[in-house]
Design a binder for this molecule. Sequence first.
Ligand code: NAD
Length: 500
Amino acid sequence: MDANVRALINQYGVTTDTLRFLDQPKRMFIDGEFIEGNHQMARVEDPSTGGQLTEIPLATTEDVDSAVAAAKYAMKKGEWSQKTPREREQILRRIAELIRENAQTLAEIECLDSGKAITGCKAVDINVGANTFEYFAGWATKIQGATRDNSFPVQCMTYTRKEPVGVVGAIVPWNWPFAMAVWKLAAPLAVGCSVVLKPAEMTSLSMLYLMELCVKAGLPRGAINIITGKGSVVGNYIVGHPDVAKVSFTGSTPVGKMVGAAAIDNIAHMTLELGGKSPMVAFEDADIDAVARATLNSVYFNAGQVCSAGSRLYVHRSRYEEAVEKVKAIAESIKLAPSLDPTGVMGPVISAGQRNSILGYIDKGKAEGATLVTGGQSLDGPGHFIQPTLFADCRNDMTIVQEEIFGPVLAMSVFDDEEEAMTLANDSIFGLAASIWTQDLSRAHRLIPQMDAGSVWVNIHDPGDPSMPFGGFKQSGIGKDLGPEQLEHFLETKGVWIKV
Ligand code: NAD
């Protein structure tokens, strides 16, 4: 570990388990064991200091073959396949309990790995993980087929069975390394599938720590396997593996298109949770203070690295100037700090590359005529910090309004009536989420069906609960994570006929 990272840890303090985990060599988790091997190692950076945090092994395609074979054996013949639904429920509940008991350690590992601000990480990311395991634990005993009355001339009894689809190949991004991975694990485990999961190469640590908790929870070998390494090498190999029956991907739209093509080549089932450019639409009767505060949980949360970030804000002309002033005040109140600082609101972005990409978008915004109201700079010194940034006077033909920036950059625009607001909000290749801000419930109900978005929120932005499905329309994806809808993605329906 680099001296700057050690100094940061000493300044804020971490649990003894965090230190123990960070200082030990990192190993992939295959067939119930942290495997030894002569792997090439990759540097893992702490985004707050830019210093080396640790190293992770770069998996080979042979590692993927071993993981897929272990997963296949686990769900077809191994101990995992022998577990009753109630036993699966108990294991998932135990994992959730262990996540809660070790929340501080998990949050510290996640924040050092990703740059997230610790307070938000513990309250949101780690909590989401525990809640998601608990929610799907409850479903393990409630998977059911149905009897059917048929009209076939020969008397037959007919019914359907819901069966686990097979080995799941899961790939997740770096912006919610823990929470997104848990979204990919809990539902398939509840129905009896096994999973081979690849975290993003920059943020694998919380999954490796979770595997220690899964072993303690009694999860049988092979039920979860964690492959660390490059998307272009092992990610690509997982999604095209002939023994992977279901591909469950979260990441960018361009990579999602490649993943989808690889999955379809094997006629594998697939869920694609992809990028977004989600609008917030505030009408003349909106609570503008609430709209401004909501930017803290939408575009400025997690340094804007949120798929459903409300990164476009459309405000009715009569309230526009007021809204610009209030959002500016919120943006300027945000304290940037290293991830472990408990008083920090926003940490760094994930990497120098991501910082430079965001700064490139800010330059484009200025060049294309948007008004920079506040922010727009990166901070000097170590770490990849970017000021919360607000652009006003944006038009829908601007790059910063159309492309996913994945940083703390909000583009504000004005509209005059409902029809124009809907046209502007829906003018995007993406359709992940949207929020409507109005005191008029009739208007809200009228507009909800008109929004091209997988989630529509009224007078709130980005709430979440494992009971509610999440997933995009248009190029934001195919299929849903969470809710009963997600369970269906991991089940095959078998039709059974018995001549009686
Ligand atoms: P990314 O697409 O670059 O990478 C995502 C994952 O795919 C990583 O693990 C990466 O290693 C892997 N990968 C890369 N190339 C691959 C290939 N050829 N085959 C298989 N796997 C490959 O995305 P990112 O930069 O890590 O994450 C940011 C993106 O994720 C944003 O677009 C964001 O909107 C999206 N996201 C979507 C949701 C959602 O629920 N819709 C949630 C979080 C993030």
